[in-house]
Ligand binder design. Structure first.
Ligand code: UDP
Length: 359
């Protein structure tokens, strides 16, 4: 297949602002090319994606949907990079130079453009339900062409309601396991990995650090410095140290030396790539029972799934880490979350999208 990827419009690939989408897009581009497909990536200017054909596009970045009120319209800024990326993708589709367009942006515009596209459009939805407008677009696509919508987890699909839960294709996620090295003997630190933001639960990260007495290393883009300051002033006994946004090579090395990854998110996490990255290093994951991570972690085997919004339950799980075998974490990642199997699932899904349009 000749596939055009249209990236997220919230930031350049490599900036970290796009969150898990950036890693997912990279993994799929590498994997689909290895399987013999042709991939062209349309992405905001400044994107870094070594080894691939990237068409970078100028324009104003979009405000991430998680920072907008549910009922507010998803605004298209003047000179929107998303509009321009889709102009480019549709130009390629119109010229007959691709068989399918794969949408990575969490926005309504790609769903609208799909209606008049000369080639089928497949939507890989990256977040759970956050906006009324987006719900409408996803549910509309599921009803008119259900094959065109894929989600990462069942919990994510359920957040959009029963039609989506029953009909969306679930592709999970996967990583190139060779890039993550197993570390048998960790130190005492806990890790938090993700954008520093309220929905990722930065306040509860500080609460866990304070109550457990453990140091927490926080890796990721400082998206909301005010939320960090608030949390730090509320939990003055907490030792949480921001490490910045690191490339995968360094991230996995530092993460691998931690005793556990904590996931204390407030929103329905669609998947949580960081969970499988931790497991691949042999790091157990302690997660709130909410969204994708609760489908990833095997309670008592590769970490613990605890009651949501309960930092004390996370601390209790920390005290039980001794019974988790770090090798079991690595082998679970190998069995369930390899890039190869993820790429195959997406390849099959795209094949079905193209096939449905032809029939
Ligand atoms: N990440 C990274 N370096 C860091 C911190 C995070 O590369 O220092 C990446 C991480 O590998 C993961 C992404 O940021 O792919 C976060 O994705 P996730 O799916 O966990 O959450 P999202 O931000 O998409 O909600």
């Amino acid at each position: 297949m000749r596939i055009v990827f249209v990236s997220t419009s919230v930031g350049a690939i490599g900036s970290g602002i796009g969150g898990g989408v950036e890693l997912t897009l990279r993994t799929l581009a590498d994997g689909l090319v290895t399987l013999g497909h042709e991939v062209t990536v349309v992405a905001p200017r400044g994107s870094r994606l070594e080894g691939h054909r990237v068409i970078d596009v100028d324009g104003t970045l979009h405000v991430p949907s998680q920072t907008i009120e549910r009922s507010a319209p998803l605004e298209v800024p003047t000179d929107s990079v998303l509009t321009r990326m889709w102009d480019e993708a549709m130009r390629m589709a119109g010229a007959g130079s691709c068989d399918v367009v794969l949408n990575f942006a969490y926005d309504v515009l790609p769903f609208e453009r799909a209606e008049s596209s000369p080639v089928p459009v497949a939507h890989l939805v990256s977040m759970g339900s956050l906006s009324d407008e987006m719900d409408k677009a996803v549910i509309g696509a599921i009803r008119s062409r259900s094959v065109s919508v894929a989600m990462h987890t069942q919990a994510q699909a359920e957040s959009f309601g029963s039609d989506v839960a029953a009909r969306a294709t679930i592709v999970a996620s996967g990583i190139d396991l060779e890039k993550y090295h197993f570390i048998a003997q960790p130190g005492d630190d806990l890790a938090f990995v993700g954008r520093i933001s309220p929905e990722k639960g930065i306040d509860d990260v500080f609460a866990v650090a304070e109550q457990s007495g453990r140091r927490v290393l926080a890796f990721g883009v400082m998206e909301d410095a005010l939320a960090w300051q608030d949390a730090s002033s509320r939990h003055q006994g907490a030792r949480v140290e921001h490490q910045g946004f690191l490339p995968t090579r360094e991230l996995q090395e530092r993460l691998g030396r931690c005793a556990a990854l904590i996931m204390v998110h407030r929103w329905v996490e669609a998947f949580g790539n960081v969970a499988i990255e931790a497991l691949a290093c042999g790091v157990p994951v302690i997660t709130y029972d909410r969204g994708g991570p609760a489908e990833i972690v095997r309670d008592g085997v590769t970490g613990y799934v605890v009651r949501a919004d309960d930092p004390a339950a996370v601390c209790d799980a920390v005290s039980r880490l001794g019974t988790i075998d770090r090798r079991a974490c690595r082998s679970d990642a190998e069995t369930r979350f390899s890039a190869v199997s993820f790429v195959r699932r997406v390849e099959q899904w795209l094949g079905r999208v193209v096939g449905a349009a032809a029939s």
